[in-house]
Design a protein around this ligand. Structure first.
Ligand SMILES: Cc1cc2nc3c(=O)[nH]c(=O)nc-3n(C[C@H](O)[C@H](O)[C@H](O)COP(=O)(O)OP(=O)(O)OC[C@H]3O[C@@H](n4cnc5c(N)ncnc54)[C@H](O)[C@@H]3O)c2cc1C
Length: 348
């Protein structure tokens, strides 16, 4: 919000800080638009951070291979050149057309209401992927009591686990990726999974089997114990019900994420099936000044191609058309970045 009483109206607001939203934020900055980015997760990166932070990506242009979380860091740095405003940890719930504060009577903007605040914007970019991510949480066994006191659902800074005993619960990509990434950082890593088969990629599971991670299959979490912080975890063999007590400092409950388009479906947008927002070739939705790009967007005559590079391309198209709404008479073609960025100190 600006310091005077009128709320700040951004030129463009991205709902979703996945790769599509982050690259779009860079592009909108290049076009001198003021940018806000809303995401339900506390961290930018979308699926790359929530689902496969340690996995290699081989089909991002310019990178023969890059670790998912590093691509996110690069995208955040690239977008950061224009100082976008982040509203993380906020789920967008409602979209309402309203009059533009301080504008002529007929001028309108959009109000995006989240579970925390209201944001005003001239144009909206739905870069919401497969919907707002929320971790699957555990209520039993003391998990809620120790949340933030040794129990997390998403590992952020892995260096915080240096020299510690970590228990990871889960059998998907995030559980396996975090176990492998922590192998050389933590003092000891145990991973428990309730069945034999893992949902993670085969190559990751093979790496796990070859690692020093203490993998226990058919084990589940019964209880977390400690005073102010996690000190022990009671796990049990689900074939025999026999308990084992582990001394642990931290638990990562990688039980998966629920993604839900949820409220976006109620915004009056035309959809294709339950998953996709219908867009035209300019990436416009049926609502004025509302665009969509990335995994969430689909044109009527297309098959879904849910890939990072497609989102990059689509959001570039969308931002350049959004620009023409902000600067009437402005050109869709942005010019070349080599000219636009000339003289700007670019982080490397
Ligand atoms: C295991 C795995 C491996 C993959 N490997 C590759 C690969 O190698 N190459 C490749 O090109 N693609 C890969 N993909 C696909 C790729 O991750 C997606 O295409 C990409 O993440 C789509 O980006 P996006 O920004 O459109 O959406 P997302 O990454 O899904 O980001 C959308 C963001 O929007 C937020 N959001 C949604 N709704 C709301 C709301 N109402 N309020 C606030 N925030 C909201 C979500 O929390 C999320 O952070 C892989 C996917 C998986 C699962």
């Amino acid at each position: 919000m600006s310091s005077d009483s009128a709320p700040e109206v951004f030129d463009i607001t991205f709902v979703g800080a996945g790769p599509t939203g982050l690259f779009g934020a860079f592009y909108a900055g290049l076009r001198e638009m003021s940018v806000k980015i809303i995401d339900a997760l506390p961290q930018a990166g979308g699926q790359l951070i929530a689902l496969y932070p340690e996995k290699m990506i081989y089909d991002s242009p310019g990178f023969p291979g890059i670790v998912s979380k590093d691509l996110v860091t690069n995208l955040v740095t690239q977008a950061g050149q224009w100082n976008p405003i982040y509203a993380l940890g906020q789920r967008a719930l409602n979209l309402t057309r309203r009059s533009l504060p301080g504008g002529p009577a007929e001028a309108q903007c959009w109000e995006i209401e989240t579970d925390k605040e209201k944001h005003l914007t001239r144009t909206v970019m739905l870069s919401a992927g497969i919907g707002a991510f929320q971790p699957v949480t555990l209520k039993e066994g003391g998990a809620d009591r120790f949340e933030g006191k040794g129990v997390v659902y998403m590992a952020r800074d892995l260096n915080e686990y240096a020299g510690r005993n970590v228990l990871i619960v889960g059998g998907g990509d995030s559980a396996v990726d975090w176990a492998l990434a922590l192998e050389s950082i933590a003092a000891h890593v145990t991973l428990i999974h309730r069945r034999e088969g893992f949902r993670a990629h085969d190559s990751s599971v093979n790496a796990l089997k070859a690692s020093s991670v203490d993998v226990r299959i058919f084990y589940e979490l019964r209880e977390i114990q400690g005073d102010d912080r996690v000190e022990r975890a009671v796990i049990f063999d689900n074939r025999t019900q026999e308990d084992t007590v582990l001394l642990v400092d931290d638990l990562i409950l990688a039980l998966g994420f629920k993604a839900d388009l949820g409220p976006i479906r109620e915004w009056g947008l035309e959809t294709i099936g339950r998953r996709y927002i219908k867009v035209n070739q300019r990436m416009e939705t049926n609502l004025p000044a509302v665009f969509a790009a990335g995994d969430i967007a689909l044109q009527e005559d297309q098959d879904p191609l849910n890939l990072i590079v497609i989102g990059f391309g689509q959001v570039t198209v969308a931002v350049n058309y959004a620009y023409t709404l902000i600067k009437p008479g402005g050109k869709v073609f942005p010019g070349h970045s080599s000219e636009k960025m000339a003289g700007k100190a670019v982080p490397r």
